[in-house]
Ligand binder design. Sequence first.
Ligand code: HAM
Length: 439
Amino acid sequence: MAKAQEHKVSTKMIKAVRGTRDLLPPETALWNFVETTVRDVFRAYNFQEIRTPLFEETALFARGVGEETDIVAKEMYTWQDRGRAASEKGQSLTLRPEATAGIVRAYIENKMWDRGLNKLYLLGPMFRRERPQKGRYRQFYQIDAEIIGPSSAGSESPARDAELLEMLATLLDRLGIANWNLQLNSVGCPNDRANFNEALRRALEPVKDRMCVDCQRRAVTNPLRVFDCKVPEDQPIIEKLPRISQFLDEGCRTHFEAVQAILTKVGVPFSLNDRLVRGLDYYTRTAFEFTHGALGAQNAILGGGRYDGLSEALGGPAAPGIGFAIGEDRLVMSLQENAPAGSVLRKPDVYVAPMAGMNGDAARLARELRRHDLVVELGDDAFRLKKSFEAATKAGAKYILIVGENEVNTDVFTLKNLATGEQFAVPRAQLSAKILGLI
Ligand code: HAM
């Protein structure tokens, strides 16, 4: 008895892991619509696709994103790999929490500076161990784009910042997302940041003991990260801290003004927000977020900025860059209320219903029709005609096509419009044209 129990297979249902989810049809049609539109818009700006691994050496994110950031300090999925020999300890690996560090690593490793200015995009899943809530998942999807290259290729120019932001405005408009708000800031160069950090440290010294434990630590190690704090009691203190806009040097100020001037010229509206410092350490100069009212607490639909020193921090040559990542889950969520035309799942044009013994002939006919780009649902000759009609209606097919011995012998088929009940006798050669409504 004990033995039998030991071998009993558990029948407990296994569910998707907390913070992950299945994307199901018809919603996946909306995802495809978004991705097709994204690829079309990016192509017009001469961006090309890059795909990097889903996991990387942990050190890449620690150095790239920053040890003190919430992402690296709390949210990464990290594990120790096995070494070659069983006894050997392997590398520390991490599921990518974001795409920029991996793309810059690929830029350096593949010596992509030889190509001049690189305009790259990446679509795919990212992983962060955050507390799941509406619009926040542990596996989520980003649409990421980066412009990176040597200064000689113009990668530092404010024209690139403005081009990227104008592309985003065009994309959101094309997707039918109204009411977005572009929040814009400059976080300065490393020198400005150092001065700002020093001023923050001084300002935090007398008040930090009244703040949360995270802020007490940040006040010493990396005061800028105090702005990531979400604790309500700390907000009045944070509100009174110095602002980065007071610390920008001449070069950064001029750069920022040039970005704004182009945006105004091309008609992209924005709001200045000198509290926006972003949650990743690599940013320099332009930083931005697009928010959307309908999203609730997690209202940032996308974020990005410049990272002029990231390549060097990762052991590469100087390669100024700027980029952004859209949260695709959130983008789809903001679209869901009124799905735009083109995002709807295409229903079958025709349901092919074989009579008894006619599976082979029906398969041949379905093959012919699919070659004409029709969406075909194929039935089964075990079904009685009534059941075939029910299945065709359930699938949402426009027509049902009966395949019996007589039809195959005469090469004339009965086609019935399921919505109107109209019935036609159609020669084989004209079937696809009739179904497509061409004749
Ligand atoms: P980020 O602000 O950390 O920036 O993420 C960008 C966007 O990803 C967010 O605005 C949000 O829409 C989405 N997102 C982030 N975390 C989650 C989550 N847990 N669930 C759902 N959506 C999420 C970056 O990742 C930078 N790499 C962007 C960048 C590219 N900067 C320069 N180049």
